[in-house]
Design a protein. Structure first.
Length: 300
């Protein structure tokens, strides 16, 4: 019986999370941390991951369950799906997009559905929207296509040559809740919050130029500003800021929350990845040294 395995990368945001929900520019970057999904024909539907083994289950495996539903017309009988991942669930590294895109691609290859990568990215985005309530296309697009891209413009930028250090606080954060919190803040105080969101979009614009110029020191400075603005939107946490400041003190060019915030991860760029990773560990975080990748979803 054939088994198809696909993997898809997680991502970090250099700039623009939350602001991108309101159409502002963001810059996201696929990183060398991947989720692998194996698919094989089976008597019924079975989904196995570090979260447990279930059938179709909208609580434990909401994204994969939705992927199977989307592809149901192509699936003969059932499927057994096995998931392994370098990405912690709810870490803000695009774990849900990576599992969604890897699953859709594996189902598409296994059952020869003929979906293009653009179609997979679009279906993945719709699934994230259904499960999370609101989602920008960033995570699913970057996980499908790889590289460093602007959203919503979908322009591919030069791949930064600097190491990336991720610091994980160890605490889960709910994108759905955090997006809803920012929305109500924006509705309550539009005159104060709208300019913050616009400024984050402007940072992405400046950042795009700096990435092309390979000016990572200036890029880091703008990431620091973006971190402050995410705090102002209420998506910071003591743990995140501790890791951010530890990374900066260890010489990082810039460090900020990445993803929805509230917990999850921060990201730093630096030419001293080992020192920055040690500082993050000493401040109580889990440190991962990684790098940008051109590669999006792929058949293993
Ligand atoms: C979450 O990784 C990023 C947010 O901007 C939400 C989204 O873009 O869907 C907070």
């Amino acid at each position: 019986m054939t088994i198809t395995t696909c993997s898809a990368p997680g991502k970090i945001y250099f700039f623009g999370e939350h602001a991108v929900v309101y159409g502002e520019k963001a810059i996201a970057c696929a990183v060398n941390l991947r989720t692998r999904v194996s698919v094989q024909p089976y008597g019924g539907h079975v989904i196995s991951s570090s979260l447990g083994t279930t059938g179709l289950d909208t609580v434990i495996h909401p994204y994969v369950t939705q992927c199977i539903r989307e592809m149901e017309q192509y699936i003969t009988g059932g499927v057994k799906i096995d998931i392994t991942s370098d990405l912690a669930v709810g870490s803000g590294l695009g774990s849900s997009a990576a599992v969604t895109i890897a699953t859709l691609r594996a189902l598409s290859v296994q059952f020869d559905t003929g979906h293009t990568l653009d179609e997979i990215a679009a279906i993945g985005h719709a699934i994230e929207g259904k499960v999370q309530g609101a989602a920008s296309p960033t995570d699913t697009f970057v996980s499908t296509m790889g590289g460093v891209v602007t959203i919503p413009g979908r322009k591919k930028l030069s791949l930064p040559e600097c190491p990336i250090v991720i610091g994980y606080t160890g605490s889960f954060s709910s994108t759905r809740e955090l997006v809803a919190n920012v929305r109500s803040l924006k509705e309550d105080y539009p005159v104060a919050i709208d300019p913050i969101i616009n400024t984050i979009g402007s940072l992405s614009g400046y950042g795009e130029v700096l990435i092309e110029d390979r000016d990572y020191i200036a890029l880091g400075g703008l990431m620091n500003i973006n971190h402050g603005l995410l705090d102002a939107l209420g998506v910071g946490s003591l743990e995140l800021s501790n890791l951010v400041w530890a990374a900066r003190k260890a010489g990082a060019w810039g460090a900020k929350t990445t993803g929805a915030g509230g917990g999850g991860c921060m990201v730093a760029i630096t030419d001293h990845p080992e020192e920055v990773a040690d500082a993050i560990r000493s401040a109580g975080g889990v440190a991962i040294i990684t790098s940008p990748t051109h590669e999006g979803v792929r058949v293993e």
